[in-house]
Design a binder for this molecule. Structure first.
Ligand SMILES: [Fe+2]
Length: 351
């Protein structure tokens, strides 16, 4: 990756985040990479871990055809790790795995978490990692959202383009905490996954408890394509499934993309939540996986596809993250986001 930092710079920044992760001399940290990808980063994490006195282990698996974060996020769930029992044994024995290959929505990730291993995904370019360094203050704001989400029975969100959709919450738990997935960019909790950079939270609806329609407006984003849409896309949702996709060119493109997976479960719904990171940018012309737009403060992140991180059984490879601007979102009757602005004081950016 051409925008990595120097070894010295990466080791310093990674050391800060490893400290937030509670790495100390009693712990074992595995750095997991794939083929030749991100090897300088792997080295920097290993050296930074050693400086904290922790035991280190480098785990490098063969690159598969969907290797690299940008390819894998469009084709989730499988990797060389799926058939590498000895690598899995080492990873499950670690306290912390630094994931440089992107195991999200894989069975291997769930297996490690079940063994008590915490995981930090770190695949964005170094300049983005530096700009969006995790903080304890962001964690507090994300956890303020988590408490509200855990207490809520329903989530509804709307926008001026015609979105009005209602989620019944709380059927699953999975590896998320009481059905809520928090992401604040570091993890010091056994068995917990996080992603640096972040600053958002999400839950899922019950299997058949999502009804309404989502209308993405021009200027909203489709990931993993990393594209702003030019024309609205209207998705009808019945019994927790996308049943119709209507609109112009962008809708046609989205419809054929999902059809290409030839998997009826690709029409399922994945997570729903909102972003809290005021340093994240609303842009798509970036290298990496555009994590900025997922964490963008006051967005609503609507998504389709797999739900196994939340204890569901949909492990389809087709996962779309669809960040939307200028939406309003309620948990039960409490207004959480008003036309793109986060309302509760304990979740708002600090001035
Ligand atoms: Fe997602």
């Amino acid at each position: 990756m051409d925008n990595e930092g120097t070894q010295e710079e990466m080791q310093a920044v990674f050391g800060e985040v490893l400290e937030l992760c509670g790495v100390n001399p009693e712990q074992k940290v595995a750095v997991l990479s794939e083929g030749e990808i991100l090897q300088e980063r792997s080295e920097a994490f290993l050296r930074a871990t050693e400086k904290l006195g922790a035991e280190t282990v480098r785990v490098n698996v063969a690159a598969s055809s969907n290797a690299g974060a940008e390819a894998r996020i469009a084709d989730l769930g499988t990797s060389a790790l799926s058939s590498d029992a000895s690598a899995m044994k080492v990873l499950k024995e670690a306290d912390l795995v630094i994931d440089l290959m992107l195991l999200l929505f894989s069975h291997e990730q769930l297996e490690m978490q079940a063994a008590g291993t915490r995981i930090l995904l770190v695949v964005e370019p170094f300049d983005i990692l530096k700009r969006l360094l995790p903080t304890r203050a962001m964690r507090a704001r994300v956890e303020a959202g988590e408490r509200r989400m855990q207490a809520a029975k329903t989530l509804r969100f709307t926008n001026d383009a015609g979105t009005d959709v209602r989620y019944e919450l709380k059927q699953f738990g999975g590896t998320s905490s009481h059905g809520v997935l928090t992401e604040y960019g570091y993890t010091d909790t056994p068995g917990r996954w996080d992603h640096w950079p972040s600053g958002f939270l999400a839950s899922v609806g019950t299997t058949d408890g999502v009804e309404g329609r989502v209308v993405m407006d021009a200027g909203d984003i489709v990931l993993p394509w990393k594209e702003f849409i030019q024309t609205p896309i209207e998705m009808t949702i019945q019994d927790g499934m996308v049943t119709e996709i209507a609109g112009a060119e962008d809708a046609d493109k989205l419809r054929s993309y999902i059809e290409g997976f030839e998997d009826p479960r690709a029409y399922g719904l994945s997570h729903i939540g909102w972003g809290l990171n005021e340093d994240a940018k609303w842009e798509v012309d970036v290298s990496g996986i555009a994590q900025d737009s997922r964490a963008y403060c006051g967005n609503v992140l609507f998504s389709t596809g797999p739900n196994i991180e939340f204890g569901g059984d949909n492990d389809t490879a087709c996962h779309l993250d669809l960040p939307m601007k200028n939406c309003s979102l309620w948990l039960d009757d409490e207004l959480i986001v008003n036309r793109g602005e986060v309302i509760p004081e304990d979740m708002r950016p600090q001035t």
